[in-house]
Design a protein around this ligand. Structure first.
Ligand SMILES: C[S@@+](CC[C@H](N)C(=O)[O-])C[C@H]1O[C@@H](n2cnc3c(N)ncnc32)[C@H](O)[C@@H]1O
Length: 359
């Protein structure tokens, strides 16, 4: 069975915006009921009708999101979520198609990354690997224009529909392998929730492996405006005498001015039976080099040009963070830490957030 397709050109912008409003209302009024309708399980048409009305059912069916089932039931072929005040259509998290190449990220880490973004006014921003478009839709709030690009055409179709559902009209969706179709363009803000997983060997479009980071960092300095900021959610490995941050700087080459960076490290796996077992398993598929891997980490790295090349690492745990503070709070503190070369305020802010989340 293949992944479902959207027929997003089948309804007008006006109808799409109206549908988006109806869906938001349903999520606000009955969050669990609406989540249940879009969980992928079969639901009774009458229940759905009470929640979103018959016109919305019709529109969602035309779009290829709803499928009718025998016995007057409906099932949603896509997940629809209400995140950061936006309705977003994407693939189901437990999709049976997880290993298919064209799967679209079911919003695993996008919402956390969205909350980490600095939010000062920008002219042109880029959401690389946009998936269902969540980061582009948030960037669009403070950017004159956003380019949202992906190598996956299914993602672009979803992103485009999501922009229309949320009545956002300052995003262009562009098919591109990293920066390939963006030749000569420079951006004030770049975000990249990178398709890198813990496995050494990539399995699908959500896990391209480290080579994608190498290609990204080699090209990025040519695409970043002078006062621009870059943010990546990434997974990386450290080897003996060869740290990821060292490799990243060598990929970027000699830049003037250099870059300052802050890495919020979400976790680091460097010991324990599970880690040793994973290394041994990877050695079978990825070769014996995997055995010398010292640590696998995941984190969010932010970079900006800075007269003093600094690098700060802070351990955090974003899964425990509450939905507050608002978007921009942490991102702006990161930017200030790079600009001033002092990270006390950022550390204090992060400490206060961890306290709030554990109470
Ligand atoms: C982890 S997902 C992030 C999706 C979305 N930005 C989010 O935060 O939910 C990574 C995205 O990168 C895309 N991708 C993978 N390889 C790519 C490439 N070479 N060029 C552009 N996008 C790529 C995938 O299709 C996927 O949509």
């Amino acid at each position: 069975m293949s992944l479902p397709r959207l027929a997003s050109d089948q309804i007008s912008q006006l109808d799409c915006a109206q549908l988006g409003r109806k869906l938001k209302e349903a999520f606000l009024k009955e969050p669990t009921g609406a989540a249940g309708v879009f969980s992928g399980k079969q639901v009774r048409r009458a229940e759905v009708e009470a929640l979103i009305g018959s016109q919305s059912i019709k529109d969602l069916t035309v779009l290829g999101i709803f499928e009718t089932c025998p016995g007057d039931g409906l099932t949603s072929r896509f997940a629809v979520r209400h995140v950061l005040r936006k309705v977003l259509v994407t693939d189901h998290p437990k999709s049976r198609f997880r290993d298919e190449a064209l799967i679209v990220d079911p919003l695993w880490e996008g919402p956390a990354l969205a909350r980490m973004m600095p939010n000062r006014r920008r002219r042109l921003s880029l959401d690389l690997g946009t998936g269902c478009g969540i980061l582009a839709l948030v960037l669009a709030q403070w950017s004159d224009h956003v380019i949202a690009s992906d190598i996956n055409p299914r993602a672009l179709a979803m992103g485009d529909l999501n922009a229309r559902l949320n009545s956002v009209d300052n995003i262009s969706f562009v098919h591109s392998d990293l920066f390939e179709a963006l030749e000569g363009q420079r951006f004030d803000q770049i975000v990249f929730n990178a398709p890198v997983g813990t496995e050494f060997r990539p399995r699908h479009m959500l896990e391209a492996g480290e080579f994608i980071l190498e290609t990204f960092f080699k090209a990025m300095p040519h695409h970043l405006a002078d006062n621009g900021v870059v943010q990546l959610n990434l997974c990386f490995r450290d080897w003996p005498n060869d740290s990821f941050v060292g490799r990243m700087r060598s990929w970027m080459g000699p830049t003037k001015p250099a870059f300052g960076s802050v890495l919020l490290r979400l976790w680091k796996r460097s010991s324990g039976l599970k880690f040793l077992f994973e290394k041994a398993l990877e050695a079978i598929s990825a070769g014996p080099g995997a055995l010398s891997c010292e640590a696998v980490s995941r984190g969010i790295i932010t970079l900006m040009r800075s007269p003093v090349p600094t690098h700060t690492e802070i351990d955090v745990n974003y899964h425990q963070w509450p939905p507050q503070p608002s978007i921009g709070h942490v991102g702006e503190a990161i930017v200030a830490a790079i600009e001033t070369g002092h990270d006390h305020s950022l550390r204090n802010l992060l400490r206060s957030l961890e306290k709030t989340s554990s109470t």
